[in-house]
Design a protein around this ligand. Sequence first.
Ligand SMILES: Cc1cc2nc3c(=O)[nH]c(=O)nc-3n(C[C@H](O)[C@H](O)[C@H](O)COP(=O)(O)O)c2cc1C
Length: 202
Amino acid sequence: MSTQTLLQLNASVFSVHGQSSQLANRFVKGFVQREPSTQVVARDLAKDTVPHLDAERFQAFLAPADARTPAQQAVVDFSDALISELQAADVIVLGLPMYNFGVPSQLKAYFDHVARAGITFRYTATGPEGLLTDKKVYVFAARGGIYQGTPADTQTQYVKDFFRFIGITEVEFVYAEGLNMGDESKANALAQAHQQIERLSA
Ligand SMILES: Cc1cc2nc3c(=O)[nH]c(=O)nc-3n(C[C@H](O)[C@H](O)[C@H](O)COP(=O)(O)O)c2cc1C
């Protein structure tokens, strides 16, 4: 049986209590049952927050390695550690809530720290090239309303585009929508998402 590394990123501000985290956990549990040798690395973006990218932090990324100040080196070390986790992962599981029509700012801050020129992507004469390869992403999207397939779904294309930019093209979504539209809607949405998770784990 092959040993795989699975990186679980939970983006809910409610940590393990978030609906997206619970769906992601359910998938990871099934995955590990199927592949018991899987090494799971969990990162809770609500607990271990990633600072917003500002000019100072971005400057640290651009500074030549031998000219970095200690503060800049600390910023680079932090970003490098996040990237190492991604590089080591065969499978990435993302718990993705919708907040105010977008992805949680915690996740955006994380993306801003793992998109590093020369490390996770590079520009070539024919356009950008992602440098992370052979990984699959599963996204568990929890939403109060219903957006899938409409222009108001600002998350699906964005998340796919981001992962493609760093080289990961296999991105599969499981949605639980209408979670704030009454008990029946919530129960149906979760039941459907659970069924999909079971299919993915079969
Ligand atoms: C601050 C905040 C903003 C939200 N904004 C939206 C929104 O724009 N659209 C939507 O459908 N649901 C919205 N919701 C509902 C969440 O998408 C829903 O509660 C979902 O379960 C969140 O995922 P989580 O439980 O994993 O955190 C919002 C919830 C919160 C707490």
